[in-house]
Design a protein. Structure first.
Length: 301
């Protein structure tokens, strides 16, 4: 079973005829017929039925089709990898939390574009669980996320840095005058959720028992770090966010740090599918991320 035979087969399926497949592959119709016949002899089953109005795949052809496409794709990837001598290249589809995209990853993307111009980067900001699922399913090559350190089925993960969280309020909020804040006071305050689906916010809700409807605080879900900061600054409520996202506002007094520390720790991490560990682009991104993030932590803005 040869790749060119599989390519003839998938092209016939795509175009609907041997003649059109030959034109697509820039060869003669007898060549296509010969390759399909050789493939059928190798497998011992017919792949097409020749009907008066055209062709139709047999059940064996239907079963072969996804495998044929995968083999062709992998063969193409292998050929490109060998041609590039292991140099990172091609499209790299990355997931990220919005807070990381805006406050940690832009220097990393800039470095990757400068260092590896053959890598085409596409960055998508979604919630943590959606990104991790997309990596497992192959819709993303990898993802950055904030969460606790734990085994994640089917994925390789590496910790890039601790990600301190801070509860913030506007300068005029009543809780800024307190030296100690109780969990009951947090439950009674309007909470502004900056990132829907953020795992650290889920941990926060569990820690305070906010899943219980009777004790749940009012929640303003904005799904945007910048919008949440404006809402908190104006006194609408309080918000738990990564400290890196509010460092400037804490320094200039637009936001105030409340005296409450989460009873859990989270980390910025990088995850990729276990069977994608040899991808040169992913390997390069892991190395670059470790370097860039460590420099950010060592010399915060």
């Amino acid at each position: 079973m040869e790749t060119r035979q599989l390519l003839a087969f998938t092209t016939v399926v795509q175009t609907g005829s041997f003649t059109k497949a030959a034109a697509t592959l820039n060869c003669s119709q007898p060549t296509i017929t010969t390759r399909i016949k050789a493939l059928e002899e190798t497998l011992g089953v017919p792949l097409f039925r020749r009907l008066p109005r055209g062709i139709q795949m047999t059940s064996a052809g239907v079963e072969l089709l996804p495998f044929a496409r995968n083999i062709i794709t992998l063969t193409d990837k292998a050929r490109k990898a060998i041609t590039m001598n292991g140099e990172p290249h091609g499209k790299l589809v990355i997931g990220s939390a919005q807070s990381l995209t805006d406050y940690r990853l832009l220097p990393l993307i800039e470095y990757m574009c400068w260092r590896y111009p053959s890598v085409q980067i596409s960055l998508h900001s979604r919630n943590t669980q959606a990104n991790l699922s997309a990596v497992r399913e192959g819709r993303l090559d990898c993802t950055f996320f904030i969460g606790s350190v734990e085994p994640r089925e089917g994925l390789e993960t590496t910790v890039l840095c601790p990600e301190p969280l801070v509860m913030v309020a506007g300068p005029t909020h009543a809780l800024t005058r307190r030296s100690v804040i109780t969990e009951d006071e947090l439950r009674g305050s309007t909470l502004i959720r900056a990132e829907n689906g953020a795992s650290y916010y889920e941990q926060f809700e569990q820690a305070l028992g906010l899943h219980d409807a009777e004790s749940r605080s009012p929640v303003l879900a904005l799904d945007s770090i910048d919008a949440a900061k404006r809402a908190v600054t104006s006194g609408l409520g309080i918000s738990l966010v990564p400290e890196v996202t509010v460092a400037t506002e804490l320094d200039d007094g637009r936001l105030c740090r409340l005296p409450w520390v989460p009873p859990f720790r989270v980390y910025t991490q990088f995850a990729w599918r276990q069977d994608n560990s040899t991808n040169p682009s992913v390997t390069a991104l892991v190395s670059a991320a470790a370097q860039v993030v460590s420099e950010q932590v060592a010399t915060p803005a």
